[in-house]
Design a protein around this ligand. Structure first.
Ligand code: MG
Length: 242
């Protein structure tokens, strides 16, 4: 941690891996899709085998696209491609049913990360609080916010799939600041990704806080201006120290 002087005009947070655990629910939701396929007679192997297929397909898409979900790709392309890889044919109703199973499982299991109330409360001591999140599907991300009990906590929610610009592009940070009526130079963005959150916020002229998850150590190469916090409790402390 390092100190800073003065107040921020607004404080922005990332969602996945920062305020909401990314680990909870993803595997379960993918397995639930496999289970429903078994029930519908579309799949004969264990449900987890279809979850494995989805993981491989999604990793492939991300790897081919610099680890960002490409905006031009249909939001349910992961399912279309996974079904293709598995050699499973479904009709439109079955496809919608499987998407629904995934969405519901995912948002029902969304779990906020410990320390979020303190971090958001400390942020509110500065000014408006916004959420800037990379996700292709706006309604699904909003359902996750509700599922994690974070609805109503933000003055602005900026989802890349809705804004049309993805972190780390400065445009999404600039859009969020403008929407809240503040200058990016007076803001801080707090997130768990060096590329999306830290590099993006710095490029937009914001201060950046990298908050770690799962006890990963402090990255060896980190711009000296970037504040590194072990968890949300430390983020809260840093924001209050201002
Ligand atoms: Mg994140």
């Amino acid at each position: 941690m390092s100190g800073f002087n003065g107040r921020f005009a607004a404080v922005f947070f990332d969602l996945d891996g920062t305020l909401v655990s990314e680990r909870t629910g993803v595997r379960e939701a993918r397995t639930a899709v496999g289970t429903r396929m078994l029930e519908l007679g579309l799949w004969q192997k264990p449900a987890t085998a279809f979850a494995d297929t989805i993981e491989i397909v999604i990793s492939g898409i991300l790897e081919d696209n610099d680890w960002q979900w490409p905006t031009w790709l249909h939001s349910e392309e992961w399912l279309t491609r996974s079904l293709g890889v598995a050699g499973v044919r479904v009709n439109d109703d079955e496809f919608k049913e499987l998407v629904g199973v995934y969405r519901n499982e995912r948002s029902d299991r969304a779990a906020p990360i410990e320390g979020w109330p303190e971090a958001l409360s400390a942020a509110r001591g500065h000014g408006p609080v916004g959420l800037i999140t990379n996700f292709h599907n706006g309604p699904m991300q909003r359902q996750k916010i509700r599922g994690a009990g974070l609805e109503g906590q933000f003055d602005g929610v900026y989802i890349s799939g809705e804004v049309g610009v993805w972190k780390p592009e400065p445009g999404i940070f600039e859009h969020a600041a403008q929407d809240l009526g503040v200058e990016t130079a007076d803001c801080v963005h707090i997130g768990n990704s060096i590329i999306s959150d830290v590099d993006g916020a710095l490029a937009a002229g914001m201060r950046a806080v990298l908050v770690e998850e799962d006890d990963r150590p402090r990255p060896a190469k980190l711009n000296g201006d970037v504040v590194w916090c072990e968890d949300l409790a430390e983020v809260a402390e840093w924001l209050r120290d201002g």
